[in-house]
Design a protein around this ligand. Structure first.
Ligand SMILES: [Zn+2]
Length: 117
């Protein structure tokens, strides 16, 4: 592994032994490390993504994939209309580490899901 100027700064609070171990990993190994870290989070009872339903939406399905979480949800208008509920819509949710060590959750709209699918 060659050092480069683009090398990301590890999040504050991440132990150096973890940083060093990860910096030696190939991309394939890193993906496995992410999957394993997610499994450990589940083991500790912490969901890694805020996929809690809000008042105006119903989460129909959450599927974990390597590198992203697939979420299908429906929306309801505040007042309610003839079309309600809207969707279901498919999203791919990814977590992007920020320089300050926090994580930004990114929802990518993938399209409408056929009902009954
Ligand atoms: Zn509506």
């Amino acid at each position: 592994m060659s050092e480069s100027a683009d090398r990301p700064t590890p999040p504050e609070g991440l132990p150096p032994r973890v940083t060093e171990a990860l910096s030696d990993c190939s991309p394939g190994e890193l993906r496995k490390a992410i999957v394993h870290a997610q499994e450990l989070l589940h083991y500790h009872g912490e969901a890694e993504l805020p996929v809690e339903a809000e008042d105006h939406e119903d989460i129909l399905r959450v599927t974990e994939h390597e590198g992203y979480t697939e979420v299908v949800k429906e929306f309801r208008c505040a007042d309610g209309c003839d079309e309600c509920p809207h969707g279901p819509y498919l999203y791919h949710v990814t977590e992007e580490p920020q320089p300050d060590g926090s994580h930004k959750v990114h929802w990518s709209f993938m399209g409408t899901v056929q009902k009954g699918e």
